[in-house]
Design a protein around this ligand. Structure first.
Ligand code: ZN
Length: 262
């Protein structure tokens, strides 16, 4: 009959059916792209998924779409070494939790810190056989596209190269946009094509499937998705609504890099 599953997560009578359709779209996209029947997919689905735990809805999310996609790719399509990149402004605690001890999935998350749901410290790195296959990049409020690109080049790329992924699945939230009403990062629509180019380059060409996560300013969401789509099909971005961003707080990521180098 609907109601609140937690203080953030409200459902209507059809929400579960809609969540199943979204997760089903993910499964369909992964099967088609991995199976060579399609070259690229961007699943424009709601609700988002990356906060959902294996058995619990959380934070607007009912079913963890990207986890469904990764699990399907590994268990039924025979892939190993799947990279998940999550550039939603929130930490994907559900995705991290599902694969925390799994050495076949490298989970990389960029997120504002501190922010909901409170997980995603840089020292959360995985456990047991999955130790080293979780990489968190917490960023302070005000961080810009320049920070995302620097983190991709200096922190993420070396770890991903060592993991040598066969495929990349992307949790593409657009709530790090400066207009987003829920969050404090300072990206523009023009940052997302640059981030997308770098993320696609982390896996062999043509081996990416992208899923929509958050994004709560509808104009920013429209402009950001429109700026991202051409890159996914191998084109340079067309007319992008906003220029890429730079500047903002600079100290924190440098500290993390230096700790890792020690
Ligand atoms: Zn989010």
């Amino acid at each position: 009959g609907g109601g609140y599953l937690d203080p953030d997560t409200v459902v209507c009578p059809r929400s579960y059916e809609i969540a199943q359709v979204g997760a089903g779209a993910v499964a369909d996209a992964v099967q088609r792209v991995v199976g060579g029947k399609a070259q690229q997919a961007f699943c424009l689905i709601r609700p988002p998924g990356h906060h959902a735990l294996a058995d619990t809805a959380m934070g607007f999310c009912l079913l963890n779409n990207v986890a469904v996609g990764a699990r399907l790719a590994i268990d039924e399509l025979g892939l190993d070494r799947v990279l998940i990149v999550d550039w939603d402004v929130h930490h994907g605690n559900g995705t991290q939790d599902v694969f925390y001890a799994d050495p076949n999935v490298l989970y990389v998350s960029f997120h504002e810190w501190p922010l909901y749901p409170g997980t995603g410290r840089h020292d959360e790195v995985g456990s047991g056989p999955g130790e080293g296959t979780t990489l968190n990049v917490p960023l302070p409020a005000g961080a810009t596209g320049e920070h995302y690109l620097a983190a991709l080049d200096r922190v993420v790329a070396p770890v991903v190269a060592a993991f040598d992924p066969h495929w990349v699945l992307v949790s593409a939230g657009f709530d790090a946009h400066r207009a987003d009403p829920l969050t404090g990062l300072a990206l523009s629509a023009g940052d997302y094509p640059l981030i997308t180019e770098r993320v696609l380059a982390l896996a062999p060409p043509g081996r990416a499937v992208v899923f929509l996560e958050g994004g709560y300013d509808l104009d920013a969401l429209r402009d950001s998705v429109a700026a991202t789509l051409p890159v996914l099909v191998g084109e340079r971005p067309g007319r992008v609504a906003e220029a890429p961003t730079s500047g903002g707080p600079g100290g924190r990521m440098v500290e993390v890099v230096e700790e890792d180098e020690d």
